[in-house]
Write a protein that binds this ligand. Structure first.
Ligand code: FES
Length: 199
C-alpha cells in the first residue's frame, strides 16, 4: 500500500493500524507508530497460563483464556477415547498431518491429539471463519447431527463438525482440525498452556 493511495484521514488510520512497521513516511501516522510499543499488558496477554485441572471430572470441559483465545480442556471418558479410531474414515485429516507445525505439535500428533489420552487441550475456534463450536458430547441422534453421532462439537455458524479430539469431519466448510496450543504438564493436576519446553 503506497503513500499515494492514502486519500483520506480515515484511510490513513486504517493503514497505520494494519501496517505499523511500514508507514514511517506517512506523516500523520508517526505519532501513532511512536506509541506502538509492547506494553506490560500485551506481554502478559501472551504469557503462558497455568491451570489447575484437579477438579475436572471425566466428561467435563473447562475453558481458559490464552492470548485472547478460548482454550478448552476436556477430560474425556474411556468410552470417548476408545471411539476415536473408529471415526477416522469420516474425518478430513484423521492423523493431523495438515499444517503440523501450526495446528498440532509433535507430541499431540496421535489418535487422541493429546499428551495424555484422556485430556484434550484445543483452541475452541473453528478453522472456517472463527466461530466457537458448541459442545455436543451427547451421543446419538439430535438436531443438525447424524443419527450415529459419537459426540464432539458442532460449529453453529456453518455446520462444521469436529470429533472429541477436535478433528474436523470431511466435506464441511472448516478445512482443518482445531488447533492444539503448545502445552505441558507441570504435575498431574497442573497444566501450562502456551509453553511446551521445560526451562
Ligand atoms: S465458522 Fe465454523 S463452520 Fe463456518
Amino acid at each position: 500500500m503506497s503513500e499515494r493511495q492514502v486519500d483520506s484521514s480515515k484511510r490513513t488510520w486504517l493503514i497505520a493500524s494494519g501496517c505499523a512497521g511500514a508507514v514511517g513516511g506517512v506523516a500523520v501516522a508517526v505519532p501513532f507508530v511512536s506509541t506502538f510499543q509492547p506494553s506490560e499488558r500485551a506481554r502478559a496477554a501472551g504469557a503462558a497460563v497455568e491451570v489447575d485441572i484437579s477438579a475436572l471430572k471425566p466428561g467435563e470441559k473447562m475453558t481458559v483464556e490464552w492470548r485472547g483465545k478460548p482454550v478448552w480442556i476436556i477430560r474425556r471418558t474411556p468410552e470417548q477415547v476408545a471411539a476415536l479410531p473408529k471415526i477416522d474414515p469420516q474425518l478430513a485429516d484423521p492423523k493431523s498431518e495438515r499444517k503440523p507445525d501450526e495446528l498440532t505439535p509433535a507430541y499431540a500428533r496421535n489418535e487422541a491429539r493429546s499428551i495424555k489420552p484422556e485430556l484434550l487441550v484445543v483452541v475452541g475456534i473453528c478453522s472456517h471463519l472463527g466461530c466457537s463450536p458448541t459442545d455436543k458430547f451427547q451421543t446419538g441422534a439430535q438436531p443438525s447431527l447424524p443419527d450415529d453421532w459419537p459426540g464432539g462439537f458442532l460449529c453453529p455458524c456453518h455446520g462444521s463438525t469436529f470429533d472429541m479430539a477436535g478433528r474436523v469431519y470431511k466435506n464441511k466448510p472448516a478445512p482443518d482440525n482445531l488447533e492444539v496450543p503448545p502445552h505441558m504438564y507441570l504435575s498431574d493436576t497442573r497444566l501450562l498452556i502456551g509453553e511446551d519446553k521445560k526451562a
